[in-house]
Design a protein around this ligand. Structure first.
Ligand SMILES: [Zn+2]
Ligand SMILES: [Zn+2]
Ligand SMILES: [Zn+2]
Length: 141
């Protein structure tokens, strides 16, 4: 689907900033607002940081982007939505990678006891050291 089709499919008006943000997110990764703003500015002449926040809010509410906020890190946004995947975060450098739900299709969304809640997200964050930080640690010793 093109960006325009994605926006229309969620009943969102098609605007150049929304298309640009979708394009930036589609390139992959978990991006901070600052990085997204920089990359959008390479495509559009002038766009305020506030406008980017507004776009990200609209896209997230419409289910076109996902916001994650690991402890100690600014909010990050990604285009991979709808699969409740998890993240592994490096304690050394903050690097983030995607991790699929452990077994089958989003088993974490079926908690052992949900107390009548309708669950739509299970936030699981794995913490550790990425390969390059492990090398750095080994050579620091
Ligand atoms: Zn690291
Ligand atoms: Zn992710
Ligand atoms: Zn899971």
């Amino acid at each position: 689907m093109t960006g325009e089709e994605l926006l229309r499919s969620r009943g969102l008006r098609v605007t150049r900033p929304r298309l640009a943000v979708l394009e930036v997110l589609a390139a992959g990764g978990h991006l901070e607002v600052e990085e997204i703003t920089q990359r959008v500015r390479e495509r559009l002449d002038s766009v305020s940081t506030q406008a980017i926040y507004d776009v990200l809010g609209a896209l997230s509410r419409a289910g076109l982007s996902r916001r994650i906020e690991p402890a100690g890190s600014p909010a990050r946004y990604e285009a991979r939505v709808g699969d409740n995947h998890h993240h592994v975060v490096c304690r050394g450098c903050g690097e983030i990678a995607d991790v699929d739900c452990a077994v089958g299709s989003a088993p974490c969304l079926d908690p052992v006891a949900a107390y009548g809640f309708e669950v739509d997200e299970a936030e699981v964050t794995y913490w550790g050291l990425c390969p390059s930080c492990q090398v750095r640690r080994a050579t620091d010793d």
